[in-house]
Design a protein around this ligand. Structure first.
Ligand code: SF4
Ligand code: SF3
Length: 541
């Protein structure tokens, strides 16, 4: 196997024996093959569109789901991935028969085989099949961006929001990744175009979330527990949370959020459920200890799942793109999901063991910040706020991420942290105070709500009458881990944001040459230590 798509890749180079995430070679291979057949499907649908034919919503969903399955920490179930390959091949064959001129289609568009032959093929279509390291780097940068984009689009689709243009782009881009005539310049343009559609994808999801559940508002989220059995729901899918809350009504079972689900509390529509108790625990990587202590049922709606310990494996349920061998998967049937097995499991469990008490404050998405824009602008003008530091992104298990806690604590009192994603767990419980009533940590929500942070920056640019978003007193110190962070980064580049610093390490999939190009063109850089980085960002400690 060879995988280098996430920040924790072995030795900062690539996982070759097994994934640091727990992904085994036989699973990694099937993910490679799933990406390959999905590229083939993309070539077929792109040709159909070129011939003026319509591509169904179901086909678009197949593509996004396939890419989502291969995101870091989403699916460890080899059989489930093989099922996805088999279904994709069947769909591809059906669509291929509708193509008038198949002469220019790449080999992946034609490839098909019985299940027994998947393994042999998988070994030939991985990341290293592209020999030139710069071409490989640009192809993978695009692929990971598309994976992140697909995850966001899938959530919007779950709420009934579609955007055929985004799907058409993703599928065309997948097809172009098979095209050996694409040179460095063409691939670089494709990377940047992926960022453009990343903005569209995040806007689609923002519209889906706010259109369905209202605009996030400033909210105090409880951290303690109640004395009833509970279900812990994790991941990013708000539709699954809504279904679960409806189905647990009156059952005596409480619901708690974990990790990336915490921003659900900020939406008005979820406030009416009195069994939505609070948030339990921290970011994804602490789940082994926290799921054990939770005692109840756990529902993983998206990444990030860690291969579970036996102590809670029978209480762990998956749905949508997530898969863990041996854990019950709740399917979507006729547009609905039946969470009865999860609820019945919870009823037999002890209440959660309390980890902490207190509360945290969040809900600073774009509308909420726009509502207090006058106050923010005044604080900037009178010098009470000197800098905004965007610290959005992911958390992870590497010790070096302690940097982000230290950095947040070292920031002077005239700075405000803008955050989104699970990166916030490094400082959101630290009570960093407020500036004239504006909290010093403004949490917009999930990683996709980095879109909100971009809108806030654009609004500030307008209010201050600036011609360039980079003239704002905003700096970017972003933590990344998986491929959703890649699409967020590409989206920010598309919006013209420069000098973004990425940590704790730069992506292994950036070859030295491509890293140089990104540094030269966009000022992208890494991090070093808190003291030097504060100086680099022009912040006086
Ligand atoms: Fe390694 Fe990350 Fe790939 Fe897992 S997802 S195999 S940790 S690079
Ligand atoms: Fe976190 Fe996986 Fe990236 Fe959604 S949940 S930000 S790591």
């Amino acid at each position: 196997m060879f995988c280098y798509q996430c920040q924790e890749t072995a030795g900062g180079k690539g996982c070759t024996v097994q994934g640091v995430c727990g992904k085994k070679p036989d699973v990694a291979e099937m993910q490679d093959l799933l990406v390959y057949v999905t590229k083939g499907l993309g070539a077929v649908t792109t040709q159909l569109r070129a011939e003026g034919k319509t591509v169904s919503v179901e086909t678009n969903h197949r593509v996004t789901m396939n890419l989502f399955i291969t995101i870091t920490n989403a699916n460890f179930d080899r059989e489930a991935i093989m099922d996805a390959i088999e279904e994709t091949l069947a769909l591809k064959a059906e669509l291929l028969a509708q193509v008038a001129d198949a002469s220019k289609l790449p080999a992946a568009a034609h490839w098909t085989a019985p299940r027994a032959d998947y393994e042999a093929k998988a070994k030939t279509v991985g990341v290293l099949a592209t020999e030139n390291e710069d071409v490989r780097s640009l192809r993978e940068l695009t692929t990971y961006g598309l994976k992140g984009l697909s995850a966001y689009v899938e959530h919007a689709n779950a709420l009934g929001y579609e955007n055929e243009e985004i799907d058409a782009f993703s599928q065309r881009a997948l097809a172009q990744l098979l095209d050996d005539t694409m040179d460095g310049d063409a691939l670089t343009a494709l990377v940047l175009e992926t960022g453009k559609w990343g903005v569209a994808g995040m806007a689609l999801l923002d519209g889906a979330n706010t259109g369905t559940y209202g605009h996030p508002e400033v909210t105090k989220v409880k951290l303690g527990v109640r004395n009833r059995p509970g279900i812990l729901i994790s991941g990013h899918d708000l539709k699954d949370l809504e279904r679960l809350l409806e189905q647990t009504k009156g059952t005596g079972v409480d619901v708690y959020t974990h990790g990336e689900m915490i921003p659900a509390h900020y939406y008005p529509a979820f406030k009416k459920y009195d069994n939505l108790v609070g948030n339990y625990g921290n970011a994804w990587w602490q789940q082994k200890e926290e799921f054990e202590k939770f005692n109840g049922a756990i529902l993983m709606t998206t990444n990030c799942v860690v291969p579970p310990k036996d102590s809670y494996k029978d209480r762990l349920f998956t749905t949508a793109a997530v898969g863990v061998p041996g854990c019950t998967h709740i399917p979507l049937v006729n547009g609905e999901k039946d969470f009865t097995p999860v609820i019945e499991c919870a009823k037999k469990c002890a209440p959660p063991t309390e980890l902490e008490t207190g509360e945290i404050v969040g809900g600073f998405a774009h509308e909420q910040v726009f509502a207090v824009a006058d106050k923010v602008v005044e604080a900037v003008k009178n010098g009470a706020i000197k800098k905004f530091v965007v610290m959005a992104g992911c958390d992870g298990r590497m010790k070096s991420r302690g940097y982000y806690s230290e950095f947040a604590e070292a920031l002077p009192h005239d700075t405000v942290i803008l955050t989104a994603g699970c990166a916030k767990y490094k400082y959101i419980k630290k009570n960093l105070g407020d500036i004239g009533g504006i909290p010093r940590v403004l949490d917009a929500g999930q990683c996709n709500d980095s879109y909100s942070l971009a809108l806030i920056a654009l609004k500030l640019k307008e209010v201050f009458g600036l011609d360039d978003v980079n003239k704002l007193p905003v700096v970017y110190n972003i933590a990344w881990y998986e491929q959703k962070a890649v699409i967020v980064l590409l989206a920010l580049l598309h919006l013209g944001v420069k000098n973004i610093h990425l940590g704790p390490t730069l992506p292994a999939f950036l070859s030295p040459n491509i890293a140089k190009v990104l540094a030269r063109t966009f000022g992208i850089g890494g991090i070093t230590n808190v003291e030097d980085d504060l100086a680099m960002f022009g912040i006086e400690a």
